[in-house]
Design a protein around this ligand. Structure first.
Ligand code: SAM
Length: 247
């Protein structure tokens, strides 16, 4: 596990998909003046976006090498005040009610126990505080969901699974968080960039492209896969954006 994430530190730091987006802008607006924890900060993009607007930002990620890369990136871009702490989302190393806002962006699909991570986030939020969550959205149709899960896992074996909106709401409700805002956004994935970021072997990538090509048309259509005769060009990733407040 450690090596996978350490090797990816540079890829996440450089990724355009992680570096920007309407979701990041929206999250930043919600952190104004607040004490914020960024769970699974990856390349540090959320923490950096919050740094100039929040009162205090703590960025947390599973491994030291990933944090070191995030720290170097955030510092080089003027985020001098961001604090970095190694920690597992399933056992956050912070006291109860320490934060006004917890952000978790494009990461929960890697967690082995999402319900446990949500309970931890609830614990470290003050009453009335907000979780800002963004993640890949599971599809409501079983075959489309199974198709995209296989695509994701073949490209990135650390992808555990993504959850449907109703599943997210159940996790949040069970932990004592109330959904205040939720929406779905689409992110265009350029195939070469998306597969290239995970450094797939040529063979694994060819197998994945065959899998996409052989899948039922309705499954590809559910994600707007664009194919030419010789190549997979792009698809649309559906992502859920939720703000949920601690009761
Ligand atoms: C896709 S990156 C996160 C991207 C980042 N949040 C952003 O918006 O740019 C996924 C991150 O989740 C982290 N991660 C995976 N499992 C974790 C866990 N159980 N606890 C904390 N971080 C975890 C990985 O180390 C990796 O940095």
């Amino acid at each position: 596990m450690t090596d996978v994430w350490s090797e990816r530190a540079d890829a996440y730091r450089e990724s355009e998909a992680h570096r920007q987006g309407r979701d990041l802008e929206l999250f930043a607006e919600w952190t104004a003046g607040k004490t914020v924890l960024d769970v699974a900060t990856g390349g540090g993009h959320p923490a950096l976006a919050f740094a100039s607007i929040a009162h205090r930002v703590v960025a947390c990620d599973l491994t030291e090498p990933m944090l070191a890369a995030a720290r170097a990136h955030v510092r080089s871009r003027g985020g001098a005040s961001v604090e970095f702490v190694a920690g597992d989302a399933g056992a956050l190393p912070f006291r109860d009610e320490a934060f006004d806002v917890v952000a978790c962006r494009t990461a929960a699909h890697h967690f082995a126990d999402v319900a446990g991570a949500v309970r931890q986030i609830h614990r470290v939020l003050r009453p009335g505080g907000s979780l800002l969550l963004q993640d890949i959205l599971g599809h409501d149709e079983a075959d489309a969901n199974a198709f995209i899960l296989e695509v994701e896992k073949r490209r990135d074996p650390s992808h555990v699974r993504s959850y449907r909106a109703a599943e997210w709401k159940a996790f949040l409700r069970a932990a004592g968080l109330t959904v205040m805002d939720d929406s779905v956004i689409w992110k265009l994935r350029e195939w070469n960039e998306w597969t290239g970021r995970m450094r797939m072997t040529t063979e694994a990538r060819r197998d994945l492209e065959d899998f996409v090509r052989r899948a039922p048309e309705r499954c590809r259509a559910a994600f707007d896969f664009q194919l030419t005769r010789d190549a997979v060009v792009s698809f649309n990733d559906r992502q859920v954006l939720i703000r949920a407040d601690r009761d």
